[in-house]
Structure formats: C-alpha cells, structure tokens
Design a protein around this ligand. Structure first.
Ligand code: BGC
Length: 734
C-alpha cells in the first residue's frame, strides 16, 4: 500500500515535469492551427469558403454603410453572395430597442434597469423581444450586448451596461445573448475591453493590470462567451495597455479565440480599426464603419498586404469562415430575415412595462409613505421632468432612433465633461402614451392630479425658473402628496458626467428641497442611468430609482407607487454619499484621458468595503413592501470545489413580493476586497410562504487570477455570507 502511494507520488512528479517541459518547448499554438472542429456548422462554413472567389471573400470582412432604404438605416450591412445562397446581413444597434432609423421600434427600459431586476429569465426575454423586432424589420444582427463595468460612476454609457459586478453583468449578458439568438438574430457583445468611460472615447489608453483585467473587466465577456455563445464580439475604441483593442493580439487571439475557444467573429466598433495587417494578424475579423471613406479592410489595402506577405490567405479564410459560421450557427444563413413584418407594438409595450416593474428600486420608504392609498388622496401633485408627457431615455447608439411613441429633444443647457450639449445622437425625452400623470389618474380616479414643471419643448433641459419653482411649491402645499421626478441625462458621445450631483437641468436639487419643505409627503422619483447624490435625502419620505424607464414607464411607476406591484429591484451599482468617495474621483474629479485603473480589484462596492466608506445606498440594496427573513444556512463543498449554498427565505410580511438573496464570498488573499458576489437567485413569495434556495458557485468564482500560472487558482477556505444586499448580511457560515 505504502509502495503504491510512493509510486503514485513519483508518477505525479513526472507528469508535472513533463507538463512543464512540454509547455516550455512547444511553440505557441495559433488560432488557425487548432484543427477543424467537429461541429457541422464549422464544416459547412469551411466548404463555403472554398467556393468563394477572393473578391467575394473580401465582402465578408468590411461592412458597408446602409442606404436609408430597406431595412432602414441600421449600423451597416455585409453583402451576401447570391450564387451560393449566402444572404446579406443587415446590422442594427439594439441596446434598448432596435436602432432602425426609418422603421418604428419599441423603447424598452435601459439595460441598467434590466440589471437592477437581477432576473436571468427577464434578461433572456429582453434579448428575445428586441430580436423579434429586429428580425421583423429585416436585421440579422443586433449590437445590443454592452457589458463594460461601472468603474466610473459618472460614465456616460453606464445606462447601457449591466452595473459594477462582473458576475451579475456576465450572467445577464449570457441570457440576453441566448434570447437574441433564439430568434435567429446574431448577437454581438461589446465593448471588448477596458472601455469604461467616454472621456477621450476614441483614443484613451486604459492601463489595467492583468489580474484586475481577468477578475473584473474580462469576466463578463468570458461568462457570456462560455454560456451564451454570441455570434460576435465587438472590440472597443480605446487602447488597452498601449495597443488599440482592435489590434491587440493578446486580447483578441490569445485570450478570446484561444483560451476561451470563441468560434464567432470579432468586429470592430464603428471606426475603431486602425490598421490592415496589424489588426488582421491580431485577430480582428471585420471592420465596421466605412466603405465611403478610406477603410483598412477594403480591397486595395488588403490585396496590398496579401501581396506583401504581411497577411496570409489562411487568415483571410479564417476571417470569412468565422462570419459564415456565425451565420450558419445562428440560423441566419438558412432563414434570413425578410423584413416588412408587422410588429405587435401593444404586446411589446406590455413587456416593456413588466421589465420596468421588475427593475424599479425602492430606496427609501419612511413611515410607510408608500404604497399610496388611492381612496385617501384628494389632490396629487406631480412635478418636474415632463412627467405629464415623457420619460428620459439614454442618448447615442443605445437609443431607439425612431421610437414608436415619438420624442422631443433639446440639447440646450446640457453639460458634460468634454462636451457642452448632445453628441452625435440626441438624448430625447421619449414621449409616452400613458405618462405618469395619466397613469396615476387612472389608478386614483377620484383624486385631482395636477402637473407643474418646465413646459418648453424647445429647451426641455433648461433650468427651472424661480417662478416655476414657486408654482411647484404652491401646488405641493395644497396637495396630499407631492411626487417630484428628477432626471440625469447621459449618452454616448456626450462625454462623462462632471459630477453625480443632478446637473441637467442644473437646479433640480433646489426644486426638490423647496417642494419637500412645503409638503412632508414628498416622494422623489429618479430617472437616471448613473448613481446620483441626494443632499435632500433626509427630508424626503420615499425615494424611487426608476432608471430610464422605457415607453411604458408611466404605468409601471404608477403601479409601484400604488402597490399594485411590489418593488423588487436591487441596485446594480453603489450610490455614494459624495463624489469624493468614489474610486475614480482622485483629488480633483478630473477624468483622465488615459485612465490608470489604480484601484485594481476595488471596483464599486469592493472599494467602499475595502476603504470602509459608508455609501448612500449599497450594491444589491432595494426595499420592498413586504419583509423577508433568512434561515438555515448550509454550505457543501464538492471535491471539484463547487460550492452548494442553501438556505431558506420566508416572506413574513403582508403582501406578495420578490426577493433577491445574494451570496457573497470572502476570499482571504492579498489584494482581494472583503467581499465579492458569488451567486444570487430571484424568488417570488406569497405572504407567509417560505422557500429553500440553492445557489451553486463554480470554482472560478472562488478563484483569483494567478498571473504566473496564467490561470485561475481556487482559494481554499473562503467565507460564505448570504444577504439581502452587500451590506445587509443575514447569514454567515462561521
Ligand atoms: C458605438 C457602438 C455602436 C456603434 C454602431 C459606436 O459609436 O460605440 O456601441 O454599436 O457605434 O452604431
């Protein structure tokens, strides 16, 4: 017995030596040498590549700008090859709805709202509902999968991403991707990688150390590639550690294609390609953004690079095969969208409403101010943010260009870092058929509902005049309850916010303060894609975060205000008390053009926990009209290190509601923050009902990135916590 063990030990040593030796002597494997996968779709793509002429192949590596004809001004298109029955691929943005410029689309709540639902199934359905419209309009690819983390709370595009935690973002992105592709629409996930701010958006150099990259910024993409198998990954505008993301071979080839076995195509962001041979050899498969002006992947530069032997024919074939593979695997090749299909906008609006209802976060509710009792309210005041007509939506490519409900716009008075006013795509107030005033009136028919606010469609962001504030105060004084809606606009190419303080319009804090002084029953509703500061918090009875609520936002909000829906959203990022408390503020609040991620692993809640800074509202936080108790924690560890965490949750309040129990891990290892999210669930419980919750945590989520081994390393003996938020821990393993 003893001999046997000794033999086994010495065998292990030998195997280890052999492994190390073979690792040292083998040349690095190149993507195109990996052999042909057994997948029939890959084989079929390979056969098609062999039948294409060189000129036909070149069609698949550069998108053309669409004319504004059918299917209507999306992001571009790839021309197919009729003789081989390869269809065109029309591409559209789709973060919160289809980005068609000429066909009407529904506007769903912003992606950050989806993150606040913490609901995987909802994320799948969200991807699916948007894809139904894309396909009906004739688009075969949707660019809606944004998953950059909220490192910079003032980030101009935070609203189109999924918050500050890589696991939350990754799992929701994977589900969204699956939902999109269930409709035979190719999904693209973006912006890969290190693209967490708008300041210097086309050329910033993000300095991120390897461990931080792997454990935080790449992780959502890794999870989504693994679980969602997207057709495409979009590389970003910025440089990453000195190299443009779209010509960064470590990022595109070594990590994405080799280590993660990504079989789809890598497309550039629009205008993010900077070279021909370098980008092609680094792993970029398709340039987007220009066939009108000079392009790096156009016929002339590519043929020149081929003739010069700067690139190989094999690599061109690999690029084309990846595109064709993505088309075949997603179903687009055999069943391309025809366009011209009728869209059921009423059904889509109902879905938009249900997303918003599951995403609204109740931040404060003193003395049971909410839900409102309709029978007891004679007069209801609704104040600010065009709540009698519209809701805020995020600007830029994440917005619907042609919303089915219409919009009104205006850029006067908007202020951002680097920009004064809107960028390339306006930030509209989205008109909605049932605005908040009307939705409240419907739920409380005997109350008198009155609105007060700016009524200037030409300058909808201008500051409230003293007269308008006085009118709002007078209305609040004579009302039983005053609902003040505040907004924080943001958008792509607007720059980042200068501050988390409400700034556009500039005097919303004064408005809230004045109304709250006049009426102790003041409720604040926030429409934002970023955290905001709340100097008036202590004066306000109830506060709701509604995000950019989408076209059914009025009804969803009214349902939560009156208790027809129990709020169950949880914050996907931390709300700080002060700008100065945020990880990226530094001494001055200036956003660096070439950001150094010097806080390393301490993004978001990890920063506040590590620095022991009290936030205004913590990650994972959100109230409900009911109450949940947690009990009976049990933690089991499999031999492969998978963790099984189980416990029970009981609704011990008086109304039905949903809870999001969260598992946090304490990893005792240098550089690790006190807690990281390890898993979560969302459960619906009737009053008095209890449910056992089982959460499985993979070894990777218990690992650190070991830079010397170039791999994940599981850390033993981690502490397990279960909570209703990152700071409301209810159960501990020991
Ligand atoms: C954005 C992308 C978008 C693309 C196409 C770019 O400016 O960064 O997110 O998909 O435009 O509209």
């Amino acid at each position: 017995m003893r001999m046997l063990r000794n033999d086994m030990q010495s065998n292990r040593v030998w195997i280890a030596v052999l492994l190390v030796t073979s690792f040292l002597v083998s040349p690095p494997i190149k993507a195109q040498e990996r052999g042909t996968p057994n997948d029939p779709a890959w084989q079929r793509a390979n056969d098609l590549v062999k039948k294409l002429t060189l000129d036909e192949k070149l069609q698949f590596i550069l998108s053309k700008y669409p004319s504004n004809a059918d299917p209507g001004g999306g992001g571009g298109y790839i021309e197919g090859v009729t003789r081989l029955h390869i269809p065109d691929v029309n591409i559209s943005d789709s973060a919160t709805g289809s980005g068609s410029a000429t066909q009407s689309s529904s506007t769903f709540p912003a992606t950050i709202a989806l993150a606040a639902s913490w609901d995987r199934q909802l994320s799948y359905d969200y991807g699916k509902e948007i894809a139904i419209q894309l396909r009906a309009q004739g688009f075969a690819m949707g660019l809606g999968g944004g998953a950059n983390l909220t490192r910079e709370p003032r980030g101009g595009r935070a609203f189109e991403y999924l918050g500050e935690d890589p696991l939350l973002a990754g799992e929701l992105l994977a589900q969204r991707t699956k939902g999109t592709q269930s409709q035979k629409v190719m999904a693209s996930i973006k912006h890969f990688a290190g693209n967490e701010q708008e300041t210097n958006r086309m050329g910033g150099n993000s300095h991120i150390d390897e461990r931080t990259l792997r454990e935080l910024y790449l992780l959502p993409f890794e999870i989504a590639v693994e679980q969602g198998q997207p057709a495409s990954v979009m590389c970003s505008y910025n440089r990453l550690n000195g190299e443009y993301a779209c010509e960064n071979s470590v990022l595109l080839t070594d990590i994405l294609k080799m280590q993660w076995h990504f079989r789809g195509q890598i497309q550039s962001d629009w205008g993010a390609t900077h070279s021909t041979a370098k980008a092609i050899n680094a792993g970029l498969d398709e340039e987007e953004g220009s066939d009108a002006g000079p392009s790096y992947f156009g016929r002339v530069p590519v043929l020149f690079a081929l003739t010069n032997h700067d690139i190989t024919q094999e690599r061109i074939d690999d690029m084309v095969r990846r595109k064709l593979y993505a088309m075949i695997a997603s179903g687009v090749m055999d069943d391309p969208p025809q366009g011209g299909e009728k869209i059921d906008f009423d059904a889509a609006r109902k879905f938009a409403q249900s997303v918003e209802e599951q995403s609204i976060v109740l931040l404060k509710n003193d003395r049971h101010q909410l839900p409102l009792p309709p029978s007891k309210l004679t007069r209801i005041a609704v104040i600010g943010s065009h709540a009698d007509a519209a809701v805020m939506s995020g600007g830029g490519s994440a917005d619907t260009m042609h919303p089915v409900t219409g919009s009104f716009e205006g850029c006067e008075g908007l202020e951002f870092v680097e920009h004064n006013g809107c960028g390339w795509w306006r930030n509209p107030w989205l008109k909605i058929p049932v605005p908040l005033t009307k939705a409240i009136q419907e739920l409380s028919p005997r109350s008198e509902v009155k609105f007060s606010g700016v009524r200037d469609e030409q300058a909808p962001f201008r500051a409230y005049s003293l007269g308008e504030i006085a009118d709002a105060v007078a209305l609040a004084r004579e009302s039983d309850v005053a609902i003040v809606v505040v907004a924080q606009p943001a958008g792509e190419d607007f720059g980042d916010l200068k501050t988390l303080s409400l700034q556009n319009p500039s005097n919303q804090n004064e408005l809230v303060d004045a109304v709250a002084t006049a009426n102790p029953h003041t409720i604040v509703v926030i429409e934002s894609g970023n955290p905001i500061l709340m100097p008036w918090k202590d004066k306000i009875a109830a506060i709701i975060e509604a995000w950019y609520p989408g076209e059914a936002g009025g009804k969803a909000l009214a349902n939560v205000l009156f208790g027809n829906v129990d709020p169950s959203g949880k914050l996907p990022f931390t709300f700080p008390l002060r700008n100065e408390d945020t990880p990226t503020w530094g001494g001055t609040g200036v956003i660096s053009k070439d950001p150094v991620y010097s806080e390393k692993l301490n993004i978001g809640y990890r920063w506040y926990d590590a620095r022991k800074i009290a936030p205004l509202f913590d990650f994972g936080y959100g109230l409900s009209y009911t109450h949940f108790t947690y009990a009976d924690l049990s933690v089991k560890r499999d031999t492969d290190r998978t963790l099984h965490v189980s416990f029970s949750v009981k609704n011990d309040g008086a109304v039905a509601g949903a809870e999001v129990p969260q598992v946090y891990l304490g990893i005792d290892y240098a550089g690790e923050p006190p807690l990281r999210l390890g898993g979560w669930s969302k459960i619906q419980l009737n009053p008095g009902e209890a449910q056992k919750v089982n959460i499985v945590i993979s070894p990777r989520m218990q690992s650190i990135w070991d830079t010397s081994a170039n791999d994940w390393r599981v850390i033993p003996d981690i502490a397990v916590y279960v909570g209703a938020s990152s700071r409301d821990i209810r159960l501990k393993e020991r």
